[in-house]
Design a protein around this ligand. Structure first.
Ligand code: HEM
Length: 93
């Protein structure tokens, strides 16, 4: 990532969500709901990783609705200008 991309990822996590990290809530026909990352999706299934890390391969025919969240799970970094600069310096290769 470039310095600008890293800065944006830290200050505006919602602007760009890394592939595989979109947050969704899946409502199953049996009444269960699952929330987590949509790790992969096809026309037939969704591979959901819940927030404890457990994977749930779900066939779409078990699902009544999928709600997609626009926000990243990642919180905006709270840092002063010097801390932010040090953090970015630490993160660049
Ligand atoms: C100083 C601490 C942190 C740094 C340096 C950091 C850095 C980053 C960066 C650079 C990305 C973008 C990755 C990409 O686009 O490929 C990212 C994404 C992400 N981070 Fe963090 N992060 C921090 C703290 C956290 C915390 C505390 C959480 C969770 C509570 C978190 C959760 C995530 C998640 C879920 C993503 C993927 C979704 C997205 O792209 O927004 N991060 N982080």
């Amino acid at each position: 990532m470039t310095v600008d991309q890293i800065r944006e990822a830290l200050l505006k996590p919602d602007a760009q969500i890394a592939p595989g990290y979109q947050l969704v809530t899946v409502h199953l026909l049996d009444g269960q709901t699952l929330r987590g990352f949509a790790r992969s999706r096809t026309n037939f299934n969704i591979q959901l990783q819940d927030l404890t890390g457990v994977f749930h391969p779900l066939s779409l025919d078990r699902i009544s609705a999928i709600t997609e969240e626009k926000q990243s799970l990642m919180p905006t970094v709270r840092a002063g200008p010097d801390e932010l600069q040090n953090l970015i310096a630490y993160l660049i290769p």
